[in-house]
Ligand binder design. Sequence first.
Ligand code: GDP
Ligand code: MN
Length: 380
Amino acid sequence: MDLYEYQGKQLFARFGIPVSEGRLAESPEEARDAAEELGGQVVVKAQVLTGGRGKAGGIQLADTPDEAEARAREILGLDIRGHAVRRVWIEKASDIDKEYYLSVSFDRGEKKPLFMLTTRGGVDIEEVAEREPEAIARLHVDPLMGYQPYHGRWLCFRATIDDPDESKQVLALVERLYEAFVGCDAMLCEVNPLVVTRAGEVKALDSKFTVDDNALYRHSDVAEMRDVEAADAHERLAREKGVTYVRLEGDVGILGNGAGLVMSTLDVIDQVGGRPANFCDLGGGGDAQGVVDALEIIAADSQVRAILFNIFGGITRGDEVARGILAALAQLQIEHPIVVRLDGTNADEGRRLLEEAAPANLHVEDTMLAAAERVVELAR
Ligand code: GDP
Ligand code: MN
C-alpha cells in the first residue's frame, strides 16, 4: 500500500525524523487558513500517489496566505499523470542549500533491506543510477543483525558527506529511517530530497512510503490511511469481497484457479490477439460463493464482452469446480458469452456436468489455446 507524502511524513515524525510543520487542505480556502496559521512563506504540494509532482507544476511556493489560496486553486485543478489532485499539503517553506537522496527498500534478490544514499538528490534517482552509478552509496543490512552505526558511517563516507555537523544529523536520520522501515513493515521508505537548509538543518522534504499489504493486519493505524476514493471502483469492491482482482484494459474477462494459471491465461489471450480485462484468481477452492463474487466483479466492468474460465483441477477436483460454476450461474444473471476450459483431476466428469446442465451462453473447450481463441472471437 502506497502512502501519500503527508502520511509518510506523519510516520517519519513518529520515528523522530525531522519534517516541516504542515497542514492538509481540501479547498483553496482551507489552504489559505493553513498558510495563515503556519505563517511566513509556505509550499503548496499536490497530494497524489505518483512522483514528479514538481515537474508537473504540483509544487509551488507562496509568500502570503492570498498567494497560497491562489496556488492551491491551480494545483487542486490539476491532473498529474491520471491522478486528480483532491488535496494539497501546505508546509512551512524550507530554505534549501543542498538536496540529497536517501532510501531503504526491500531487495528481494538479496533478501535484505538496501540503503541508498547520494548527494545527487532532488532529481530522478533512476537518472542518477544511469548516468553516475558510482555516485550512489549502496549498502545492504543483515536483517538479523539489524542496523548498526557503522552502516550509517559507511554510507556517509561513500556519499562524501563529510561536514561533521551535517553527517551527525544524516546518521541519526538514516538510523531512524531504518526503524521506520522495520517498525511499519515497509517495502520502501524514500526521502527525495533529503535537504540541508541554509541554517544547516537536515530534514526530510518529501516522502515515499510503501507498506507491505500482508502486514497491515498488525498496523491498523496505517491500514486506515488507505484512500478508498483513489482506488479503482472495481478493485475496491473486490477488496471488500476478498477477491483477488486487478483491473486491466481489455474486453475479455478472466477467471482462473491459481495465480500462475491466471498469469499464463493473460499471456495466451494476448497471443491469440485478444486483450484481457482483468486478472482474477479464484484461489484453491471451487465453492459457488467464490465464483459468484468473482463473476459479479468481472461482469460489473462494462468493457467486458466475454468471459473465460480457466480451471485446472488439482486438489480441488474438476467436478467440484464445475458444480460451483453451475451453482453460481444459477444465482446470477450473466448475459456474456462464457468459455470454460477445464483440465486436470476429474476433468472429464466436470466437462460432462457442464455440457449437460449449462445455459446456452456457456461453451466448453478442451485446451487452453482453443478456449482462448473461442473467447476472443466471442468478444469481437
Ligand atoms: P516530487 O517532485 O513529487 O518529488 O516532489 P518534492 O516534494 O520532492 O518536491 C520537488 C522539489 O520542489 C524539491 O526537490 C524542491 O526543489 C522543491 N521544494 C519542495 N519543498 C520546498 C520548500 O520547502 N522550499 C523550496 N525552496 N523548495 C521546495
Ligand atoms: Mn521528491
